[in-house]
Design a binder for this molecule. Structure first.
Ligand code: PSV
Ligand code: MN
Length: 414
């Protein structure tokens, strides 16, 4: 008998006694999907230093191999987000990329245009004062709409490094209008089944103003653009103290939550492992998602069931695949706990104004040790009960270290 089984049976018994449908919880957990980023498997760093990691992926094929291994260990990470041009094939053969991914058992997820890396973008891309550079950025994003079709991707994930460093550097209203024009032109060219995810970030790389600084701006533009434009919430892109779960709740209720970039930060956009600093926040975010998915509200429920869950992290000093597996597991744990929240009891306490008891019910649920439940789910998914231990024992890390050596290239930030 597997070592988790006794603990799982005890937990299942307790949960059933509390009225939780354990089979339904497991079914939801088996359907969970988290997309991993191709750039997370390559070398990366900060603006001070990119440390080379032995065995880090050097090519898109290697990134896909690594993502496939993460999926093999977890069973819930079948999608891989790509960044263009970091993942642009030299021969432009995107069909081959797509086929290679499928042969490894994964598929391409969100396509991320890159309009922040070239010298031309020093003063911005769509917000640049120079119309020729606006056009250049627009052309690249429109090319990404075409690439989406070739890669069978239905998500265009937009993040811009645009903004200004000094008061008076540019006209803030002018930049807003340039963006609105550019985004509208992109929206028109989305593939028929494609959606646009608009990511916001309150600072960096610019420090005085950012052209899409917050969820409100992204939301306002999504409303102007149309139903297929939604907001992408990157957990690292908020000021300290911001209540992210409240933003999530609002966007779910308005049908405009499109996706996440999961990571964690202590200070700024640290790209730390999701759930490593604040697992409670991650649980509260999932709590909103599950609450909306299970609600009677058609818009919130449909929106919650169509969220693109993506990891956006760079692993600089802790390895590549093992931390990616841990990230996926942390999301799985948070989701499992959120699925265990006794929603009817919670609603009754809330309606009765039982502040402390409502709070205790939620926090007690958060404290549930769901590891035996997840081990059981993994057994039923036919993946290892302990994905990180299985990865370490697989010999994959040794193999890639030997085959790939110490690459000098980075994920994109050369
Ligand atoms: C920017 O900080 C960001 O979060 C965007 O999503 C980019 O595409 C990604 O990081 C690149 O690392
Ligand atoms: Mn991001």
């Amino acid at each position: 008998m597997p070592s988790h089984r006794a603990a799982y049976e005890l937990l299942a018994e307790q949960l059933s006694a509390e009225g939780i449908d354990v089979e339904a919880v497991k079914a939801n957990l088996k359907r969970q999907e988290i997309e991993t980023p191709s750039w997370g498997y390559a070398n990366s760093g900060t603006r001070f230093k990119a440390f080379a990691w032995p065995g880090a992926a050097r090519t898109t094929q290697e990134k896909l191999d690594d993502a496939a291994m993460v999926h093999k260990m977890t069973g819930i990470a079948p999608g891989v987000a790509v960044h263009i041009p970091w993942d642009k094939p030299a021969d432009n053969d995107y069909d081959a990329v797509c086929q290679y991914a499928e042969a490894q058992g994964v598929h391409i997820g969100a396509v991320n245009p890159n309009v922040f890396q070239d010298d031309e973008y020093k003063l911005g891309s769509l917000g640049n004062p120079d119309p020729a550079i606006q056009e250049r950025a627009l052309d690249h994003i429109l090319e990404c709409c075409t690439i989406m079709k070739k890669l069978k991707s239905n998500a265009l994930s937009l993040w811009f490094g645009d903004g200004t460093n000094f008061a008076g550097q540019d006209t803030l209203r002018g930049r807003k209008r340039r963006f609105e024009r550019g985004l509208a032109m992109v929206y028109e060219q989305l593939p028929p089944d494609g959606r646009m995810l608009i990511e916001y970030k309150f600072f960096e790389p610019t420090f005085y103003s950012t052209d899409i600084p917050d969820w409100g701006t992204a939301y306002a533009w999504a409303l102007k653009l149309g139903d297929r434009a939604q907001v992408l919430v990157d957990l690292g892109h908020h000021a300290h103290g911001v209540n992210i779960e409240q933003i999530v709740a609002f966007l779910l209720d308005e049908g405009r939550l499109g996706g996440f970039h999961f990571n964690n930060r202590k200070y700024a956009d640290d790209d730390l492992i999701v759930g490593s600093v604040n697992p409670f926040e991650l649980f509260l975010i999932y709590n909103e998602l599950v609450g909306a998915a299970q609600s009677q509200d058609a818009v919130a429920s449909a929106t919650a069931q169509n969220v693109a869950y993506m990891i956006d992290q760079c692993h600089n000093i802790e390895g590549k695949l093992a931390p990616m597996i841990l990230s996926v597991i942390n999301c799985q744990e948070a989701y499992a706990k959120a699925l265990l929240v006794p929603r009817q009891r919670l609603a009754a306490l809330q309606e009765a104004g039982e502040v402390l008891e409502a709070h205790r019910l939620l926090t007690e649920t958060f404290r549930t040790d769901v590891r035996p439940l997840l081990a059981q789910v993994r057994e039923e998914l036919d993946v290892p009960a302990d994905p990180i231990a299985a990865y370490r024992a697989s010999g994959y890390e040794e193999k890639i270290r030997e085959e790939r050596g110490l690459a000098t290239t980075s994920g994109g930030f050369q």
